[in-house]
Design a protein around this ligand. Structure first.
Ligand code: GAR
Length: 209
């Protein structure tokens, strides 16, 4: 059973897709939901599933077995001592500190709502991404799941899925189409990781079918 922490900043629809995924039921256990906000709607989803929530940020509060706001160092210790095998960034918008990323090398994945390496980088999140895609007049968009490194959206790509947006009339319409793909792609990638079918070889990500 793969022990997973999901990091979120907002709505949590990808978190819900993970928790509702029947293919993941016997493969993973989501042991923590972490946000850079003191509260976000995704926390309500975590509570529905009785998953402990943590806020990570500026304020440090000692770990007394109670939920609270943690520093990144404290979060790192918590996740390591809880033997978390995989961190999933599902709409988590804050850049992780380099030490934190190094501590979980190739064990942090992120979902991005476009086809990287285009339309990524600082400030490219949520509707900003779809605005840029719409403006570019691109005919396809999609979702990317990649390993997280020290900068925004540059880690190696694990999987991508495309969607036709040639007739999309607005960024919101693109967002809607991409979100459907996200909710399939992220559980699919987590399943592959849980089954040991994703690894890095010769500096490339290999996904076994
Ligand atoms: C998702 O579309 C995700 O791809 C995006 O934020 C949204 C979160 O939605 N992430 C980024 O833009 C990261 N650069 P959700 O909270 O409903 O899962």
């Amino acid at each position: 059973m793969l022990a997973v922490a999901v990091l979120v900043s907002g709505r949590g629809s990808n978190l819900r897709a993970i928790l509702n995924s029947s293919k993941l039921q016997d493969l993973i256990k989501v042991k923590a939901v972490v946000s850079d906000k003191s509260f976000c709607p995704a926390f309500d989803i975590a509570k529905e599933f009785s998953i402990p929530t943590y806020s990570v940020g500026k304020f440090t509060r000692p770990l007394g077995g109670k939920e609270g706001t943690l520093s990144f160092d404290a979060l790192q210790n918590l996740l390591l001592t809880s033997e978390i095998n995989l961190l999933v960034l599902a709409g988590f918008l804050k850049l992780l500190p380099p030490d934190f990323v190094r501590a979980f090398k190739n064990r942090i994945i992120n979902i991005h709502p476009a086809l990287l390496p285009s339309f990524g980088g600082s400030g490219m999140y949520g509707i900003n991404v779809h605005n840029a895609v719409f403006k570019s007049s691109a005919k396809v968009s999609g979702a990317t799941v990649h390993f997280v490194d020290e900068t925004y959206d540059t880690g190696k790509i694990i999987a991508q899925r495309c969607v036709d947006i040639s007739d999309a009339q607005s960024p919101e319409e693109i967002a809607e189409r991409v979100l459907v793909i996200e909710h399939q792609l992220l559980p699919d990638v987590i399943e592959k990781i849980a089954l040991g079918k994703v690894f890095v070889k010769d500096d490339r990500v290999v996904v076994v079918s």
